[in-house]
Design a protein around this ligand. Sequence first.
Ligand SMILES: Cc1cc2nc3c(=O)[nH]c(=O)nc-3n(C[C@H](O)[C@H](O)[C@H](O)COP(=O)(O)OP(=O)(O)OC[C@H]3O[C@@H](n4cnc5c(N)ncnc54)[C@H](O)[C@@H]3O)c2cc1C
Length: 494
Amino acid sequence: MASRLSKDTYDVVVIGNSALGMGTAYQLRKRDPNLSIAIVGPSHRTGAATMAAGAMINVWAEMALGQFDNPALADRAELTIKAMDLWDGHCSELSEFSEQPLSIKWGTYIVNNVMGSPHEMKAVDYIMDIMRQRGVPHEVLGPNAVPWIKPEQKGQAIRIVRVPDGRIDPRLVLKAYERFFAARNVDVFDDTAEKLEVGLKLPFVGAEKRITLGSGTVLKTKTVVLASGSFSQALIDQVPDLRREVPRLVWGAGSGLDISMPAWIHRYGGLDRSVFDVDAVVRTVDRGGACGVHLVPYGNGEFYLGASSGVWFEPEPKPRVHAVHVLLRGLVEEINSAFFFAIMSTRGPGFRPVSMDTFPLLGQSHMPGIWFANGTKRDGFTCSPYLCREIASEILGGPSSLPKRFQPSRKLISYKTAKEAIEDYVAADFGGEIQHGLNLPPYALDTYRSAKRAKVQKIYEMRNIQNFGIHPELPHLYENDEFFAACNHPREFD
Ligand SMILES: Cc1cc2nc3c(=O)[nH]c(=O)nc-3n(C[C@H](O)[C@H](O)[C@H](O)COP(=O)(O)OP(=O)(O)OC[C@H]3O[C@@H](n4cnc5c(N)ncnc54)[C@H](O)[C@@H]3O)c2cc1C
């Protein structure tokens, strides 16, 4: 890489100051102490997915039924598996720049209970099969084996499985990156990238990209990394060639809750104190396309409860009532009824960067020097050490083991086959509706499912899609004409 050309010209400008942006800048600096690097992003990070995450290092509990039967989904899963192995080393490196030592607390309990859909039982069976095949240690426990999993009667556990997934507060990781940048000469602009111009005849060798910030500052570079999550779409839209070739990013809205116990409970006790013993993540698997209810303990009676999920064409600035309602109900009814007296505030919404096929956008686009560290949806924090390492290596001319199929300039990747995608939609929708109170007598189930199937099949027909599988969380973006016009993108087949 060239050395610094002028004050406002950088070898690399990274747009986005959360897990993927800072992670990429960190890996670049680690590899090359002389590279000039700028990071752009507002310090408030409003709407950042990373700030709304708990966060789980979510690997095995995230596997979906049939994940490894489909090559693209299998590749997706391998990203988290590879990243998991890097976290301990990553934390010990970053600890030097953290006020407190960073470490992953490993161990997660997946709960199957009477409030989940039948799909959840099958999903956990599948996860255990995969772990068995791969020799991943896990433990199947009885419903009463973990003393602090104490749901209400109506949320009784059926089975608990302990898997190796872990947790860490992502805000601590971001803070450590910031201190690293201050110590290692990486320029951080507390600002927003508002304008991206490409291919200008600038009077600087190899600096043909110009980024104008909200403050009016202009940065020039040969290499720009779009790592501002769903916010990147506003920049992509300014470069027609990029907009045409890269699947659109939409808004995977999600909120969580910060839960703590009031001071009087700390002082006097007076109720079931088992909530203070929570020492591992406890979660369900995917529910209706959301990442299940999960509780992440931070210690001393502080918790994160997550997370809601909905993929939207436009961001909404506040969490929805039904989303928070489901989380709170899950906490008390399914995890520990003593949370009845807890106090809470909302975290988020953050916007999971979701591409129009829900697969990530990783590496260099077809336009030289425009890179993506994006589209990671709901496990990008987990994946970040691996993705950022590989992207940084490639930017510097080295190898990358990232699957080529996730390169940003591409056709939409099919989610399984259309038939399978439709059935997954029906199952996911049912799981979601149960969380919102659906309770059907057994004889009405088939009618319900048929109606849902017919509804989604109509969307496929309307858009003349026969074989391509639309991800179960996205059919509504195909249904609405305005959304469809903006989001439609060539598919690998129709
Ligand atoms: C509620 C919730 C819970 C989640 N839980 C988990 C979990 O437990 N484990 C896990 O692995 N993942 C989880 N995820 C997913 C994970 O958070 C994301 O995949 C990942 O954090 C994405 O990181 P990012 O850096 O790409 O995007 P973001 O975190 O969205 O960061 C984008 C950054 O760009 C900045 N930005 C915005 N506009 C501009 C601009 N114009 N110029 C410059 N910068 C800009 C923002 O301020 C922000 O800092 C969760 C997500 C949500 C929403």
